[in-house]
Ligand binder design. Structure first.
Ligand code: PAF
Length: 282
């Protein structure tokens, strides 16, 4: 595996590969890798000649300073995982490399409704930070395909919008959520859960799958949503931020019926001080 920390060497390596007509797949991450990330690399490997993974804990997408400080950074372990996964390149830029202007000057993308609801309502400024850092990463990597996980469903829509605004040629490939045997969606934040909280967190996916399987037994979407919130609120030490049933494309809430519409249930919940998100397509 090649490791690049500085853009100069990385750029000349990529230029050479591009000249040879190699197809480049890109998996951007903030590290603390788990099998969810590795599954993106596994997906990219047979489809691309070169798989680039970046690890960069992006300060501009943390609206809570404490969350940024507490974000796990097990770089040695991450590198071992990438080596085992046979990833071609690890790009490990510094904050100075990503934001050479010092205090970051973020582009003020108009991300529309995607940046108003769900995650955006609870994490102001988060998606502007995501859109900006992914744009900067795409400029450096210039990949053919960007591999993103469905767990961050709203983030995918945001990145799609940014790519459209910037008129970039990169295609997005969305990969399924990878779950623990218990159903808990894999997340870098899971390591912060106590044993009890970990067990309790399995109720999140149980709730989502219960709602999916029983969607036709509810008199309305609002009854389904109410039941979901009730189930999540029963989790000890939990604070439910949202559980919404939304149109897959627009992320607008569906109020009446999910019949015939591609829909998704998305949720965010704090359990014992750890914020978790999950979703299920209907
Ligand atoms: O999903 C993530 O890990 C981050 O939001 C991303 C896309 C790497 C941007 O920092």
């Amino acid at each position: 595996m090649y490791l690049f920390k500085s853009e100069k060497q990385f750029a000349s390596f990529l230029q050479k590969e591009k000249r040879e007509g190699k197809k480049i797949g890109f998996v951007p991450t903030m590290g603390a890798l788990h099998y969810g990330h590795i599954s993106l690399i596994e997906k990219a490997k047979p489809e691309c000649d070169i798989v680039v993974c970046s690890i960069f804990v992006n300060p501009t997408q943390f609206n809570d300073k404490k969350d940024l400080e507490k974000y796990p950074r097990p770089i040695e372990h991450d590198m071992e995982m990438l080596l085992k996964a046979d990833c071609t390149v690890l790009y490990l830029p510094s904050v100075e490399e990503m934001y050479p202007e010092g205090k970051p000057h973020l582009k003020n993308y108009d991300l529309g409704y995607y940046d108003k609801v769900l995650e955006a309502a609870f994490r102001p400024g988060h998606f502007l930070g995501v859109a900006n850092v992914v744009f900067r990463l795409l400029q450096k990597v210039n990949p053919d395909v960007l591999y993103l996980g469905q767990k961050d469903f709203q983030q995918i829509q945001i990145i799609r919008k940014m790519i459209e605004i910037e008129n970039l040629p990169t295609k997005i490939e969305v990969c399924e959520i990878v779950r623990e045997a218990s159903g808990l969606a894999m997340s870098s934040r899971n390591v912060r859960l106590s044993d009890d909280a970990w067990n309790n967190a399995t109720i999140i996916s149980q709730t989502l799958f219960f709602l999916k399987e029983n969607k036709n037994n509810f008199s309305s979407v609002s009854a389904l949503r109410k039941e979901g919130i009730k189930m999540l609120k029963a989790i000890p030490d939990s604070i439910v931020e949202y559980l919404e049933v939304c149109d897959v494309e627009t992320l607008r809430s569906i109020e009446i019926s999910v019949e015939g519409k591609p829909a998704i249930i998305l949720t965010a919940i704090w359990i014992d001080g750890v914020r978790l998100i999950d979703n299920v397509l209907l």
